[in-house]
Ligand binder design. Sequence first.
Ligand SMILES: *Cc1c(COP(=O)(O)O)cnc(C)c1O
Length: 486
Amino acid sequence: MQFFSTRDQSRRVSASQAIAQGLSDEGGLFVPERFPQVDAKALCALDYPAMAAAVLKEYLTDYDPAFLEKAAAETYGEAFGGKAGFLAPVEGEMWALELWHGPTCAFKDYALQLMPKLLVEAKRNLGRTEKTLILVATSGDTGKAALDGYHDIPGVEIAVFYPTGGTSEIQRLQMATQEGANVAVYAVRGNFDDAQTGVKRVFGDKAIAAELEKRNVRLSSANSINWGRLVPQIVYYFAAYAQLLRAGRIAFGEKVDFCVPTGNFGDILAGYYAKRMGLPVGRLVCASNQNNVLTDFLRTGVYTAKREFYKTSSPSMDILVSSNLERLLYHVTGSDAEVAEWMAQLSRTGRYTVRPETLAAIQQDFGCGWAGEEEVAAEIRTRWERDGYLCDTHTAVAFHVAEREKRAGVPMVVLSTASPFKFPRSVLAALGRQAPENDFEAMQALEQATGRTAPASLAALKTRTERFDAVIEPAQIADVALGYQA
Ligand SMILES: *Cc1c(COP(=O)(O)O)cnc(C)c1O
C-alpha cells in the first residue's frame, strides 16, 4: 500500500514515510492509494486488539505484521481497562460508543497511545536515527493525550503549549502533572490561536529547521492530519458493529448509522474508511456545535471559514478550519488539482465552493446538524433524567443531532468522545445544579448528584505534584524549540 498527497498524486510514499513525515512537502495530506477490502464479518468475530491489528495490517504494509500485533495488544489491553470500543445501550435503537476509557479520558487516546509506537517503528523501517521533537499546541485534550502517549518513548522529546486560562482546571492539571523525562509543558500568554500561531511559525521557519538538523533533531507534529492518527480510529466502527451483531440487534449486512461530534473531521472520516473497506455503515452524521462551518458546508457545498468564532462548552470542537475534510474531498473527486485549488482558495480568501456533483456525492454518505449551547445543556439533562445516561458536552452535541437524524428501524450509534467528569462544571450546570468554581469540588458534586464514579486518573490529579509552571510569550516558543539537542 502506498500513500499519496491530496494535492499532488505524484508524491508517493510508504506508510512509514507518511507517518514519519506527517504532511506532504507541498502541504497536502497523505491518503491511501485505494480502500483495502476486508471480510467485515470475519473481522467482527475478533477481539479488539486482534481487530486493530487486522485493520493496521491492511494499511501499514511496510511494517512487520508481528510488530503490529504486539503494538495493538499492548495498546488496547490494560490501558483501556478492558473497555476498548465499549458500546453502551442508551434507549431504543440508540447506543453510545464510549471512547473515553483510556488513560486521559478522551477518544484521542485511541490514536495517541498507538501513534508513538508507530513512529518509532517507522524510523526504524526507514533507518533514521535522528531525535524527533514533537511540538503540540493544544486547547486541552490533544496535549494531555499526546503527553501520555509519548512520555519516555526513546528518541522522542515532546513539548506542549496551551493558552493561559484557555483550558479547564482539570485539563491544565492533567498536563502540568505529566511524568516522564522527555516531556515539557508551557502555558502561553494569550488564547489558543496565539499558541497555535506560535507553534506553526516554528514549523514554517527554515532557519530553525536547519539549526536543529545540524544537531540531528527533526521537528514533528502530533496533530490529527497525520495518517498514523487516523488509522487507529477506523477500528472502533467495526467494534461497534460487532457488538450489535453479538447482541442480536442486527444481522450481518444490515446498515448502522453513526453520529459523530466533529471538529477536525478525523473521527468521522475514520467511519468513512470503515464503510469503504466493506463495513455495512449507513449514514455518517456530522454533528457540530455553534461553530457550525461543517453543517453549512454539507448542506450548501460552500465552505466559509471566515466567520465569527464561538468559545463553547465543547472546546475540542471549536474549530473553523477542519483539516481532514481535505481527505474526503480527494476521495470523492479523485482530483489532486481540484483539491489543491480549493485549499489555495481557502488560505487566500477563507472560502471555497465545491461542484454540485461533489456535494451530491458527499451527501450520499454524510448527514449533518448542529447544537447550540442551550440545546447541549438540555440534551445532557434529558439523557440523564429520561435514559439514565450521563454524557459530556461533546457527546451531547451528537445526541442532539442524532435524535433529529435518526431513521426508523436503523440503529444509531453516537460516538461518546469524553468522560462527563472531564467537564464537571458544564455537566453539573446542565443538570440544573449549582456548579462550584473548583473543578474537583464540581467532580465530587457530580458524583454525588449522579451516583457515578469519576475515572480514577482524574480524581487522582488532586494529589499529584505539579511539575510544570512556566508561562511564556508566544514568541518564546521558538527559543524552546532551539533549546533541544540530540
Ligand atoms: C478532538 C475531539 C473531538 C473532535 O474530533 P475530530 O476528530 O477533531 O473531529 C470531539 N470530542 C472530543 C472530546 C475531542 O477531544
